[in-house]
Ligand binder design. Structure first.
Ligand code: SF4
Length: 214
């Protein structure tokens, strides 16, 4: 099966499994979404959702965040990975947003903020501003390879490949659907390819060989 046919079939399966794609990170504005996405690097959405209510009670706008001491921010988010760096970035990002006139859906503007890379900007651009984007995390990168949709050596190459095989209007929802699928099915240690809804027919020969060796 070629990549386009595979992509079509995967999309149908994911539509069936996840007809709705609720945004996993709690937020009430573009700014709180940006903060939550930034905090979610190298930790789980569940953990982020546990710390953000307290953080947003104190600072749900750049103006309120900018006046907090880094130590206070760090203390609130201490249970998530890279808390010292993220706390520093949150304060700096708030100051940058105040100077820049607040949140707006512009790629270069968002990517210029402290702690905001292309992936974080892509999530906010798609989930808040509705721009077509395909944020690729390590899980989507890995699955795209297993399913033979991309041979990308890094997330940038995988993003380029997936954007070519799926039409723009599907990117935002596929990003979430693949994440939901990965969370629900892929953490298992022993992957029984035959029982898997997608790998049973989409896995590359290399993946099949690797799984047989285990
Ligand atoms: S076998 Fe299924 S569960 Fe395992 S990686 Fe492939 S898609 Fe995920």
């Amino acid at each position: 099966m070629n990549r386009i046919a595979k992509a079509k079939k995967i999309s149908l399966i994911l539509n069936d499994l996840y007809p709705k794609q609720p945004i996993p990170l709690k937020h009430s504005s573009a700014y709180t979404l940006l903060v939550a996405v930034m905090l979610s690097a190298q930790t789980t959405d569940k953990k982020v959702n546990q710390v953000t209510p307290k953080l947003f009670k104190l600072a749900n706008t750049p103006e309120k965040m900018a006046v907090l001491e880094v130590k206070i921010i760090q203390n609130i988010i201490k249970e998530i990975g890279l808390a010292p760096t993220k706390a520093k970035n949150l304060k700096k990002m708030a100051e940058q947003l105040i100077i820049g006139g607040g949140m707006r859906g512009e790629w270069t503007y968002l990517e210029s903020l402290a702690g905001v890379g292309h992936k974080t900007a892509s999530v906010v651009m798609s989930q808040w501003y509705g721009f077509p984007a395909f944020p690729i995390d390590t899980h989507i990168h890995r699955l795209a390879k297993r399913w033979g949709l991309s041979k990308g050596k890094n997330v940038e190459m995988t993003e380029r490949d997936l954007k070519k095989i799926w039409s723009k209007n599907l990117w935002n929802k596929l990003h979430l659907q693949i994440i939901f699928f990965g969370r629900e099915y892929c953490p298992a240690r022993n992957h029984d390819l035959k029982k898997c809804k997608i790998c049973s027919w989409a896995a590359t020969k290399k993946v099949i060989k690797e799984e047989m060796k285990k």
